[in-house]
Design a protein around this ligand. Structure first.
Ligand code: PLP
Length: 394
């Protein structure tokens, strides 16, 4: 991994044939500091979002010491990098072998579940361990999210009442959790979910030791301008207060996207231009899945080495390098009217769910990662020149 002042310098120096993934340490520092300063509880990083070692190491260096993992490989990764970090195994459907290894080889105590079958599996495999932290994931509305997780995961309120009773009696610590869906565009989603937890608490008469408000905190894209995340935290704090519990549960959250999106860009090369379609060397089977199926619009910047970029920006769509017609990204991606074959494009906000989605379908795969020090194309965080948290929508 080499280090460059900025993306332009990188492109001029390398003129890369394959996609290059850029990484901005300062953005991670800023986002981790911001979350740690402002969230009223512990911040866990959702490893799935970007498991690159440099990303994880930078987060740890900047005060993120707990991790939401979904597989045994993610657990191994964190243990290798930081044996003392706290690991939560938060996938609600786990292989027996993974639970066994997590508990007996990697000392993981915290597990999520959303069904009786999974709860019994955890208890059986850990031989009814007495030091478990059990998190019951509750189904909540994902109506404000760009990516819906609510159909796949979560116990209904009625199921949750009876599962709370079993889990409470079998655990050292009992937690309730939810996920409002990824890129959640309105803070009210969190207060509605917390109100649902309130119903469960009332009906079961069990106050959880921990409330996990999940991920879902938004970043910004050219067509998605969420409210400041501080509003989300205020909404959470107010909703918890409203529950009027006799004992205050500890709060935790599991952000992915909002912590790491800004830190990563993909640099692609234009291989061919057909009208307003650009055929580029990365696509939906690479780091651009979210530009395909969920049709995210990412910020773009042209890097044209030998000509000045036209100031007239026009909308383009992208085709990726594979033979599949689904390898299509509608956009619109706004780029200069004179962009042509051989030019480069920086595509921003891909520190989240970019590199982690790459496949080698059709023989197209790149693992070139470099560090750059310029500012990201879009940011929700405001920093001074040393990248310390300044005001951020204060
Ligand atoms: C259990 C869990 N926690 C946290 C996250 C991270 O979500 P986000 O990237 O929206 O913050 C996810 C994403 O799918 C998840 O499944």
């Amino acid at each position: 991994m080499a280090k460059f002042q900025c993306v332009n310098e990188l492109v001029k120096a390398l003129q890369p044939i394959d996609p290059v993934y850029c990484f901005r340490k300062q953005s991670l520092k800023l986002a981790s500091n911001w979350f740690n300063h402002n969230f009223p509880g512990d911040v866990l990083y959702a490893v799935k979002c970007n498991p690159t070692e440099t990303v994880v190491k930078t987060l740890i260096k900047n005060g993120i010491n707990s991790f939401d993992t979904a597989s045994i490989d993610e657990i191994k990764l964190i243990k290798k990098i930081s044996p003392s970090s706290k690991i939560y195994f938060m996938h609600t459907i786990k292989k027996e072998k993974s639970i066994y290894e997590a508990y007996f080889l990697y000392n993981v105590k915290a597990y999520a579940f959303d069904s009786k079958e999974e709860l019994e599996k955890i208890l059986k495999i850990t031989k009814n361990a007495k030091d478990l932290e059990l998190f019951l994931r509750v189904q909540t509305s994902n109506e404000h999210a760009e990516i819906d997780l609510s159909k796949k995961f979560g116990a209904s309120i009625n199921e949750a009442v009876s599962l709370s009773k079993i889990a409470k009696s079998k655990s050292k610590k009992f937690g309730l959790s939810f996920h409002v869906g990824s890129q959640c565009m309105h803070p009210i989603a969190y207060s509605k979910a917390i109100k649902d937890l309130g119903n469960i608490i009332k009906k079961s008469n069990i106050i959880p030791d921990i409330i996990n408000v999940g991920g879902g905190f938004p970043t910004t894209y050219p067509d998605l301008y969420p409210q400041p995340i501080k509003n989300y935290f205020l909404e959470i704090s107010r909703a918890i207060k409203k529950l009027n519990l006799s004992k205050q549960p500890k709060l935790i959250c599991e952000p992915g996207r909002a912590l790491v999106a800004e830190s990563g860009s993909t640099i692609v090369r234009v291989e061919l231009k057909k009208k307003q379609n650009l055929y580029i060397n990365d696509g939906t089977y690479g780091s651009l899945f979210d530009a395909g199926t969920p049709k995210f619009i990412f910020p773009t910047k042209a890097i044209q080495i030998n000509v000045a970029s036209s100031k007239r920006l026009i909308p383009y769509s992208f085709y990726g390098p594979t033979c599949d017609g689904l390898d299509y990204m509608k956009g619109p991606f706004m780029l200069p009217s004179n962009i042509k074959t051989g030019d480069y494009i920086e595509i921003g906000q891909l520190g989240a769910y970019g590199m982690s989605f790459r496949t080698n379908f059709n023989g197209f795969y790149s693992n070139q990662i470099h560090e750059v020090q310029d500012k990201p194309l879009m940011s929700i965080y405001e920093a001074d020149e040393n990248y310390n948290v300044k005001t951020l929508y204060a």
